[in-house]
Design a protein around this ligand. Structure first.
Ligand SMILES: NC(=O)c1ccc[n+]([C@@H]2O[C@H](COP(=O)([O-])OP(=O)(O)OC[C@H]3O[C@@H](n4cnc5c(N)ncnc54)[C@H](OP(=O)(O)O)[C@@H]3O)[C@@H](O)[C@H]2O)c1
Length: 283
């Protein structure tokens, strides 16, 4: 039998973790299909040696076209890195449902659909690695981030189910749980708050403004030091897809490990009290 394809298809490569992962894998000799909604944003990855494709995870046609290109050239997608995602921030009551649907379309449904599209050929070659970009935010919840956290909690369940369902086909599923990673993520989260419904007497105005400021502060202020650059995640991904028995979950950054462990030990009441020290209680 011929060697299985190890070609890597990566979503959301225009910046951050997707970009760093594409670069790292190209440098290390992997066959990389880097994708972005706007292909022109990843011209530098093409220069570096990646194949580049347009792929919007909310657009079925663009996903199936991209998978078809890889399968035509390589036989199958061997490594799928489900990275595309963003945070729709804001108090639950103030985020229009349409924005919440977009959040789930991107972070959850797109990831599931793309996985479904690559699986028949991946199963047929009896080798594959699927890396899902979850988050520390799939294990704990910050106020003002309910929608985003809900998508990342969903990925915990989906990854657990997939891991069991695919093992017998020679496919490993790896869930990454990064903490703060210095990318465009903070800017995108702050910008997402433009979708929030606010009126003159909005009782959430101060709260939502604080959520925006805390997010900005985390990514731009001294808190950055508790995080890591996207290259750290890229390194973890490469190590995981190289292993024959990769771990099911990988938490990235010491502060994410500490936060998850602390949350597990705290009562809900104690957690809420800790959150009230950072966020004003809307009232
Ligand atoms: N940074 C962190 O602190 C952190 C922590 C935990 C988990 N994560 C997760 O890591 C992943 C990557 O985030 P990042 O930190 O690298 O942020 P980033 O720099 O903002 O990158 C996000 C990428 O997702 C893409 N994207 C958004 N919507 C898309 C869609 N509909 N179709 C295809 N691509 C889309 C963006 O493309 P455009 O340029 O087209 O918008 C961009 O390339 C996300 O899933 C995020 O939830 C990040």
């Amino acid at each position: 039998m011929s060697q299985p394809s190890k070609a890597a298809l990566i979503t959301g490569c225009s910046s951050g973790i997707g970009h760093a992962t594409a670069l790292r894998l190209v440098h290390d000799g992997w066959s990389v299909y880097a994708t972005a909604r706007r292909r022109e944003t990843i011209a530098d990855l093409a220069d570096a040696g990646a194949n580049t494709l347009a792929l919007d995870v909310t657009d079925e046609q663009s996903m199936s076209a991209a998978v078809a290109v890889v399968e035509e050239a390589e036989g199958a997608v061997g490594v799928l890195i489900n990275n595309a995602g963003y945070s729709q921030s804001g108090a639950i009551e103030t985020v229009p449902l349409e924005a919440m649907r977009r959040q789930f379309e991107t972070n959850v449904f797109g990831l599931v659909r793309l996985t479904q599209l690559v699986l028949p050929k991946m199963r047929a070659q009896h080798w594959g690695k699927i890396v899902n970009l979850g988050s520390m935010g799939g294990r704990l919840t910050f106020p003002g981030g309910g929608h985003y956290h809900a998508t990342k909690y969903a990925l915990e369940a989906i990854s657990d189910a997939l891991r069991f369902e695919l093992r017998g086909f020679g496919i490993d599923v790896i869930l990454l749980e990064p903490g703060l990673i210095t990318t465009e993520f903070g800017d995108a989260a702050t910008a997402s708050m433009a979708a929030v419904d606010s009126s003159g007497d909005d009782p959430y105005a101060h709260f939502n403004a604080t959520v925006g400021a805390v997010t900005k502060g985390a990514y731009e202020g001294p808190m950055r030091r508790l995080g890591a650059g996207p290259e750290r995640v890229a390194k973890v991904i490469e190590r995981a897809i190289t292993r024959s028995r990769p771990p099911a979950r990988i938490t990235i950054t010491p502060s994410a490990k500490l936060s998850i462990a602390t949350r597990r030990l705290m009562s809900d009441r104690a957690w809420d009290a800790a959150m009230r020290r950072q966020f004003p209680q809307p009232e």
